[in-house]
Design a protein around this ligand. Structure first.
Ligand SMILES: *Cc1c(COP(=O)(O)O)cnc(C)c1O
Length: 431
């Protein structure tokens, strides 16, 4: 595989950008490789600047559930571009967006648009603190909620990939207000609550964890969180930045039949543009300025370009919901089942965690159900596997602790080729 142009760009980028990339995991560090610089993408395919073509499962880290350059999304964006890019004043598309979000995710009675998932989560905890008059928050080890100070305490995603789950620069005073429970361990939650009686403002959770690799909630974990929050008057925040509109039209809340008080959204909701949102119960959301005293604002929030891309994406998802989600799940399950079979046949121990259109192959002898069990994975094996997949035309997320994402643009042929590449890569691992 030729990589001359990517290498050249990376050398130059490192002189100008910290680590040569604008988001850490992109640097391919944990897979002992160098990043590919991308030239273009269409459907399920991506091309780098050296002309290599890949079937890919990053999908911009989740947003592109309809695949790259979806014709309807692109054409809608082109159309609104003619009228300018942003006015700093309300537009009709924001109302339509809020209405559609509410229709798909009924617990979101009021919604505020922001520009990233990070903004959504940090605004949601500010609001939960204001609403309850309490300071402390509970999150889960290995869950990632963006890079705001309060969340960089045993965080997942790139922080875990690079081995810096807690970051310098976050004052102890702030970090001490973030309590970490264990995913899928309801007793660890109850213990924190007992030790901090009347001090917990909110519990924030990825209803399906996607940032320590895919980890499914089990034993009615979400339902029990709901019960605890009701009992203790704690605000339950589902961080559905990944799962929103991906697991089901109404996200994980619909999939598992558990409603959150506040929900944070991002990724898919921007249709490939920078967007986030937080919303939920009217009684809580009404505290947000200007209807209430909790300040939060954004120069480009709700701009017509991003809203159009997001709205068009959601509308397609909504209209095709009866078939689209089943098809996505089927493709992901086909991958998961074949991966497991092939690995088993070759005596390579893997755990394949899959739900809906997201999955992770953990190189791990034991079940993966929380952060600790995820960290037991063999990251060296993953790195070899990743590079072999790449050589065989399949571009995966460059970390053991991330999710593969399927899109509606992935074809049966893509799935077949991916399974073939997997077989070759697993055999290479043994050799
Ligand atoms: C990606 C992600 C975020 C952060 O979103 P950004 O747009 O990258 O700031 C927050 N929460 C979850 C669950 C995510 O996956």
């Amino acid at each position: 595989m030729k990589r001359n142009k990517s290498k050249k760009l990376y050398i130059k980028a490192q002189e100008l950008i910290p680590g040569g990339v604008n988001s850490p995991v992109r640097a391919f560090k944990s897979v002992n490789s160098l990043p590919l610089f991308i030239a273009k993408a269409s459907g399920s395919k991506i091309w780098d600047v050296d002309g290599n073509k890949f079937i890919e499962y990053v999908m911009s880290w989740g947003p592109l559930i309809l695949g790259h350059s979806n014709p309807e999304v692109i054409s809608a964006v082109k159309n609104v571009l003619k009228n300018g890019t942003s006015y700093g004043a309300p537009t009709e598309i924001e109302v339509k967006m809020a209405e559609l979000i509410n229709k798909m995710m009924p617990s979101v009675e009021l919604v505020r648009m922001v520009n990233s998932g990070t903004e959504a989560t940090m605004s949601a905890i500010r609001l939960a603190r204001a609403y309850t008059g309490r300071k402390k928050i509970i999150k889960f080890e290995g869950c990632y909620h963006g890079h705001a100070d309060s969340f960089l305490v045993k965080a997942g995603s790139g922080a875990t990939t690079l081995g810096i789950p807690s970051s310098p620069g976050v004052p102890d005073e702030i970090a001490s207000l973030t309590l970490n429970a264990k995913y899928n361990d309801i007793e660890s939650v109850q213990k924190l609550i007992d030790e901090n009686k009347g001090e917990i403002a909110c519990i924030i959770v990825e209803p399906v964890a996607g940032n320590m690799g895919v980890v499914l909630p089990r034993n009615d974990f979400l339902k029990k969180l709901r019960e605890i929050c009701d009992r203790e008057k704690i605000v339950l925040i589902f961080d559905e930045v990944i799962t929103g509109f991906r697991l089901a039209p109404g996200g994980a809340q619909e999939y598992f039949g558990v409603e959150a008080d506040l929900t944070t959204l991002g990724k898919i909701i921007g249709g490939g543009f920078p967007v986030g949102a937080y919303g939920g119960k009217k009684e809580i959301m009404e505290l947000v300025a200007p209807s209430g005293p909790v300040y939060q604002a954004g120069t480009l929030s709700g701009n017509p370009i991003a809203m159009t891309a997001g709205y068009t994406t959601l509308k397609i998802l909504y209209e095709k919901r009866k078939t689209l989600y089943k098809q996505l799940e089927h493709k992901a399950r086909t991958l998961a089942e074949n991966f497991k079979d092939i690995a088993d046949k070759n005596g390579v121990k893997v755990q394949v965690n899959q739900i809906g259109s997201m999955l992770t192959v953990f190189f791990n002898d034991y079940e993966v159900y929380d952060y600790e069990s995820a960290l037991r994975s063999d990251v060296k094996k993953f790195a070899m596997f990743f590079n072999s997949m790449l050589e065989n035309g399949v571009y995966l997320p460059p970390s053991q602790f991330e999710a593969m994402f399927l899109s509606s643009a992935h074809t049966d042929d893509d799935i077949e080729k991916t399974i073939k590449a997997f077989e070759i890569s697993i055999r290479n691992l043994k050799a």
